[in-house]
Design a binder for this molecule. Structure first.
Ligand SMILES: [Mg+2]
Length: 123
């Protein structure tokens, strides 16, 4: 059996995936807006942060996902706040956007292979 092409794999993306990815895109833009406003000195897309600092930022966001999961009203295991699915979704988008920003910095360095043009519309 032959391996699917990148275009075939991309074609398997569902509308639900596209909505989730759009949420990540909006969050990634929000990060840049907050940096422009001076609320952040850097994002993980910048080369002014070390790998350890970028990991710390990602870990902070993962911690916020953990808090939302542990306090979610469907199975509330901690009682300090009441987590909601909406807040959990936002925190997951923030984790993904931080990861995307970090990926951008690796692409900028040229140290990682870019996806082939067949699979992207912005190649
Ligand atoms: Mg967060």
């Amino acid at each position: 059996m032959t391996q699917p092409t990148k275009a075939e794999m991309a074609a398997r993306v569902t509308p639900r995936t596209e909505v989730a990815l759009f949420s990540v895109l909006l969050e990634r833009g929000r990060q840049e807006q907050r940096k422009a406003e001076g609320r952040f000195l850097f994002t993980c897309a910048d080369d002014g942060l070390s790998l350890a600092e970028k990991f710390t930022i990602l870990g902070e966001e993962v911690g916020e996902v953990a808090r939302e999961a542990l306090t979610n009203s469907r199975r509330r295991l901690a009682r300090d706040t009441e987590g909601t699915d909406e807040a959990l979704y936002k925190e997951l988008a923030q984790v993904a956007a931080v990861a995307v920003a970090w990926m951008e910095s690796l692409l900028e360095e040229g140290s990682c292979e870019r996806p082939a043009a067949e699979a992207t519309s912005h190649a």
